[in-house]
Design a protein around this ligand. Sequence first.
Ligand code: NAP
Ligand code: MG
Length: 485
Amino acid sequence: MAKTDNNADWNLAPAPESTDHIHIDKRYELFIDGKFTAPSGKKYFKTVNPATEEVLAEIAEANGRDVDKAVKAARKAYNGVWSKISAKERAKYIFRIARLIQERAREFAVIESLDGGKPIRESRDVDVPTAAAHFFYHAGWADKLEYAFPVRKVSPLGVVGQIIPWNFPLLMAAWKIAPALATGNTVVLKPAETTSLTALKLAELIRDAGLPDGVVNIVTGAGATGRALTEHPDVDKIAFTGSTDVGKMIQRTVAGTDKKLTLELGGKAANIIFEDAPIDQAVEGIINGIFFNQGHVCCAGSRLFVQESVAAEVDRRLKHRMESLILGDPLDKNTDVGAINSKGQLETINSYLAKGKKEGLTMFQTDCPVPEKGFWCRPTLFSDVAQSSVIAREEIFGPVLAIQTFRTVDEVIDKANNTPYGLSAGVWTDKGSKIFNLTTRLKAGVVWANTYNKFDPTSPFGGYKESGFGREGGLHGLRAYVNLH
Ligand code: NAP
Ligand code: MG
């Protein structure tokens, strides 16, 4: 199809994914000790579809007593079953979970898009298959831990408390649960308030897989539920993914206890285009890096650094490509940019847009139509951004790109590292030597070269500085769930 400058000419016929095969209950209870259990405070909160603002279901809110019940169930399961059965048996359960996710992939993908607002193409092609891949990968490790840590005796930690955010709800649950189970721990997981549904569907699947009662418990609720989990004295480790502010609070809570802690926090990734880069490929990577999942990605390439000699060309091609992005119904297979996850998050993004304008930055937004209901933000970029600008410094967690230019390699490395974060970065160049130079000197846990946002369970993921500590995935990820003697 010929490219045009006008979004209206991209009238693709609607291609909505069907929802006939989806069943969402009116109400969801807590998953404790293998059973769905009403919350002791009898409180429920609503989860909405951010693309329509319709209520999808009511979700139980766990209080401190419920969290305590879940931790006790996890402890009982740890002492009674999970630490006793052979590693080979553990592996079988984890394989079974992986296979069941694959069998029910369409259902999970649709519910993820309904509850969280992300395009079905992403939940179908990224979130769900990668979640299954994490269970497959870790199932493989379960009975080979002595090869992962040669000459050491490996033992599990016990009960782990896991808290996850709303941007990759099922995938984050898989990142957390799979390595914990493979290493012989039992789990209490708290999903994010706005996106509990796929975690609860995963609870059903885990029950169907026949996992012994109490090995995985899922307690839904808001921040207070998470806090109760971090404060619980019988939890041996907290694994947290979320904002740097909450991460710091958790660090204070566990200080002085013997709880282990891993934190996967925010980011403000630099994506760097050198003049020798294949520009079209780079532009496509930049688009993927920031508009993928509406920029609700901790490793989103939210700062773009372009070498001065190609800045005008990149700017032109980027805007041209942005105009062709399709925003709208997350269930439509043509959609590139879905709904913002919640009203609160949309307000946060809008407040940053206002700050950027107030700073006098040049803002460009596409003119794509926006649905009347729901929470939406058009793909946006700010040009001529200074290092000191709030748009370049703070994590926005939305489809907002800040562009800066540079002349030399040293200059761009200084600028890219000038951030409290250090989760990820991207480099676009034709020269292998430049890639090696930058991957060594950029202070980021992951550096992609001539690609972006690629995830694999075999690769460790995690940050430097205020992006947290500890790694998830690969051998390094296993280390965070074991004691070595
Ligand atoms: P958030 O507010 O920190 O929430 C994360 C989780 O913590 C949610 O389940 C939240 O519950 C819970 N929580 C809130 N207050 C808590 C407290 N005092 N004690 C314990 N738990 C508490 O983060 P978010 O805004 O949902 O997620 C976006 C952030 O996550 C971004 O900063 C992003 O960069 C980061 N993130 C990082 C990674 C990574 O791997 N580094 C991956 C994804 C996201 P409620 O949601 O119910 O309030
Ligand atoms: Mg929702």
